[in-house]
Structure formats: C-alpha cells, structure tokens
Design a protein around this ligand. Structure first.
Ligand code: ZN
Length: 344
C-alpha cells in the first residue's frame, strides 16, 4: 500500500555559514572554484540527512547550489545582462536590483542537470527539484528587449521546459515550479500565467507541481500581508484555473495563514501540498500543531491527495530553527497517519 500523507518541503533550506552568509537573500558565496563546488555538494548532503532524519518522504536539495531561486537560473541564460542591474519593484512589494533582458533569451546548456543527478545519487527517497515559474521569472528582472511580460513569459516557458526535461532525465520524481507572482497579478494569471506554466511542464512524465504563496517571512512580505485583510481569498481566483490545468500538485500556505482552508476544495482532482509549517516565525511548531493544520484540511482534500509541507522556503531561517520545523512536520504527519490507521 502506498504510504499516505507523504511529507515534503516547499523547496529551500538555510545554507551552512561556511557556504553563504545566513539570514540573507542573495547572500554571496564564501567559497570559490573547486572549494565552492565541493561545498555546495556537502551542503546538499547535510540537508538531505536533516530531511531523512525528520521523516520527510519527498526530499529536495534545499536549493543549496543556488544563491536565489529565480536569478541563479536566469544568470545561466543568454540575452540577460547581469553586469548592469536595474532596480525594480518586484511582486508589487519591494525593490530589488535585478538583471536586465537585453536580447532574445536562450539556454545554451543545462543549468541544474548536474545538481539533479547529484541529488538523485545521494538519496534513496523520492526527490523533488524546484524551478522558478515563467511569470515569477518575468517579475524578477527588468525587460529591456521584449517589452511584453507575456512574450517574455512564453520565451521563458520554452526554456524551462528544456531544463525540466533534463532534470526529469536525471531521475527526479517531482518538478515544482515556484509561482509566488500568481498571488499578485490575477488578470495575468488568467490571461497567460497558467498557460505559460503548462508550457513549461509540457510532456513531462514525472509529477509536476506549482508552489504559490505569500512569500518568505521577510519584512516586506510581512508588511504586505497586513494589508490583505482578515481573510485571504486570492486563491479563490487562481485555484479553479489550476484545477483545470495539466499541473498535478499545488503547494500553498495553510499554517498561521488567513487563507480560508475550505478554498483548497477548489483544487478538486489535484494533489494538495498543505503548508503546515509557518516560515515567517522562528517559533517551532509542536507536532500537535502540525497535526491540527493537516486535520483542518482533511475535510476538503482526501488523505490520498494530501501532502503535508512547509508554507514556503525556509532559506531565511536559522539552520537550528529549520531543522526543528522539519522534525515537527515529520512528527505531526505521523500523528495524523496513526489516527487514520494508516501506520506511521
Ligand atoms: Zn513560497
């Protein structure tokens, strides 16, 4: 019998201090050359050990090989200038120095295929690999060439599909596209966001997933969340579109969230990755709290389609806190599994 309530994580985990400065997005590497390559792989080994010890069923490399979940991928592409960054407002929320698209974008070689092979060769568990989604890529740079978010998104979708196929060929079980921008630009999600996401995932035989969220626990996001009112109903517009899409899994935040839990019922037929770990606080959930979040979702998502997960990436947290939260996630899922008579 397939194990039910399999646990997984949204993607990133904090890096060791010897690899990159903790607590900082876009933190520069502290190693160079061969030492950096070896350091990244050692960091992947460490996060895999932490996940396995915590009982996480579908593990990730914790994005230990990337400085940032979007720009590291974009850096490998042609047509993008990283030397002369421009400041833009991203997710309508905070300013960041981002690369500039100066010509047609193209991918001349695989970007993460070697990382995916290393991940596959280093764990026996099911493995997930994350990529940015097309809309979130468009929203994390300055476009000086296409002058159209939609056109650029279609160009990125084709590139992402090539990359996803290379990652799938490495033996990865789940490829997840991160689309936090889906919670900001609802008209674009409807007009071309879901379509470009499906293009990025086209023809993949492995499980496909999309992660939508309200962002890391950084200050700009915490402030933004305060403006969203007492009930966050943004997913009400997006979920019916995703339910009709070819994407199989949807990851969202449910822990300490103002998202009415019944909205996950709009994802009929999809696997739902229920965020049961709040990444915006250093407080470590108890296993009972994690179990309560999972239980709250069960009336709307059958157990065979429910995957306990984190709300978002944990890269801004300390390693101790992230490890504690992984342990709580594994233990909380085990509580509910036992209650349902599904074995631990
Ligand atoms: Zn997220």
């Amino acid at each position: 019998m397939t194990k039910l309530l399999q646990t997984t994580i949204a993607g990133s985990l904090p890096k060791p201090a010897w690899l990159a400065e903790p607590g900082q997005l876009w933190a520069p590497w502290r190693l160079e050359g061969d030492a950096l390559a070896e350091g990244k792989r050692d960091a992947v080994r460490l996060v895999l050990a932490d996940q396995e010890r915590a009982g996480i069923d579908i593990v990730s490399d914790g994005e230990q090989t990337r400085r940032h979940f979007v720009t590291t991928f974009i850096e490998a592409l042609d047509g993008v200038d990283f030397a002369h960054k421009r400041t833009v407002r991203i997710r309508n929320r905070y300013d960041a120095d981002v690369p500039v698209v100066v010509g047609p974008v193209a991918r001349r070689h695989p970007v993460f295929a070697d990382d995916a092979k290393f991940l596959r060769g280093t764990t026996e568990r099911k493995a997930k690999f994350t990529l940015p989604g097309p809309m979130t890529m468009v929203d994390t740079l300055y476009d000086g060439h296409y002058r159209s978010r939609e056109k650029l998104a279609w160009a990125f979708a084709e590139i992402l599909n090539d990359e996803a196929r290379a990652i799938e060929a490495a033996g990865i079980d789940v490829i997840q596209f991160d689309e936090p921008a889906f919670n900001v630009y609802f008209d674009e999600v409807r007009d071309w966001g879901v379509a470009t996401l499906e293009r990025a995932a086209q023809g993949l035989a492995c499980t496909t997933a999309v992660h939508i969220c309200y962002g890391y626990g950084i200050k700009a996001n915490v402030e933004w969340k305060k403006t969203l009112g007492s009930e966050w109903r943004q997913y009400e517009q997006t979920f019916p579109l995703l339910a009709r899409s070819a994407i199989r899994q949807v990851s969202l935040e449910c822990a300490n969230s103002h998202v009415p839990i019944e909205l996950v019922g709009l994802l009929d037929g999809k696997d739902v990755l229920v965020g049961a770990i709040d990444v915006a606080t250093d407080r470590i959930e108890s296993p009972q709290e994690v179990a309560a979040t999972i239980r709250a979702a069960l009336p709307f998502v059958p157990a065979e389609r429910l995957y306990p997960c984190t709300n978002c990436g944990m890269v801004p947290l300390s390693r101790d806190v992230a490890r504690g939260k992984l342990m709580a996630l594994g233990a909380g899922a085990a509580i509910v599994r036992a209650e349902l008579g599904l074995g631990r």
